[in-house]
Design a protein around this ligand. Structure first.
Ligand SMILES: [Mn+2]
Length: 334
């Protein structure tokens, strides 16, 4: 046992104590960061949302739903924290209504983590926050590959003339050379649009696309293989919009689309991504006021647990060399 890990069984019942993600120790981001491999960080910004708002309460709901998540992953046969240390850094003090200032604060927080060799998992918040995360990561990894699980591509040119919104972060990220579309893939796209160009734009930008209708016709193995071969060993940002799930499994989100995926399909795909070089991730768009029986928050918390497990698995695997070497050798350009 080394570093920071979740509360033990002997530390009391799971419903006791001050709620952090998975009952991890809360460490302020301003303190010494030695011995931390991964940090959970709440990004409660939600005034970039076009329809249902209230994702500012997402981090709180996801933390509450995470209390029963335990440190052993049976499917990976992995004691997640045996060689791996994680904390909950709390939330970034975003400013509601002020997108650019909030993005700058998110960038500063992520930058501090990545320059301390800490992999972050952000809990949103609406999807606007991903741009701040990518800008923060860019100090070390640029351009990154992107794996997006989302019912929408979030590559729209603008929102009524405004550049920053929850439907535009990955367009801006390509323009700023933060991500390389040739090594990136958008999965789960579906729903009605204002026109064909909404669907063609990300293809013209160079992204690989897996529409939901196609994904439903292939196996989860084939989806995972397509993702892994697309991103290779390049440093990768994994962004998970909870609306990737069908609203039957995740009703608590601002722009739901039917025809989505089950929680099991999602776990099955994610568990096959252990070879991916995840340097940062987020789970976004949880809207607690639209949630039913907290199922959306539980799904989001469990997806964060799956991502932590992937990072731990890769870090524990001696076959994979140091992450910084990977990024030096492979910047993702093709
Ligand atoms: Mn999204």
């Amino acid at each position: 046992v080394c570093g920071y890990r979740p509360a033990e069984r002997s530390d009391g019942p799971a419903f006791s104590g001050i709620r952090t993600f998975m009952r991890l120790p809360h460490v302020p981001l301003k303190s010494e960061l030695d011995g931390v491999d991964l940090g959970i960080i709440g990004l409660p910004f939600d005034t970039g949302a076009s329809f249902g708002v209230g994702c500012r309460f997402g981090p709180e709901a996801v933390r509450s739903a995470s209390a029963l998540l335990r440190p052993y992953h049976p499917d990976h046969e992995l004691d997640i924290f045996s060689h791996f240390s994680a904390v909950d850094f709390g939330d970034v003090a975003i400013i509601p209504g002020f997108i650019e200032e909030s993005l700058a604060r998110i960038e500063t927080a992520i930058n501090r983590m990545v320059t301390s060799n800490i992999i972050h998992i952000g809990i949103g918040g609406d999807h606007t926050i991903a741009l701040g995360e990518l800008r923060g990561l860019a100090a070390r990894y640029r351009p990154m590959s992107l794996i997006l699980f989302d019912s929408h591509p979030d590559t729209y040119p603008d929102f009524r003339g405004h550049p920053y919104f929850h439907s535009t972060p990955f367009r801006r990220a390509v323009e700023e050379n933060l991500i390389n579309p040739a090594r990136s893939i958008l999965c789960g796209l579906r729903g009605s649009t204002f026109g064909k160009s909404d669907l063609l734009d990300p293809i013209e930008m160079g992204f690989d696309i897996l529409n939901a209708s196609y994904m439903h016709r292939i196996t989860t193995d084939e989806t995972a293989q397509r993702i892994v071969s697309r991103v290779g060993s390049s440093p990768c940002f994994l962004s998970f919009d909870i609306d990737f799930l069908d609203p039957a499994f995740a009703p608590g989100t601002g722009t739901p689309e039917i025809g989505g995926f089950t929680t099991w399909e999602t776990q099955d795909i994610l568990r096959k991504l252990a070879a991916v070089n995840i340097v940062g991730a987020d789970v976004v768009e949880v809207l607690p006021s639209a949630d039913t029986g907290r199922v959306t928050a539980l799904a989001a918390a469990t997806i964060v647990h799956e991502i932590i497990s992937l990072v731990s698995l890769r870090m524990n695997n001696k076959a994979f060399s140091d992450r910084s070497e990977d990024s030096a050798l492979d910047t993702g350009s093709t």
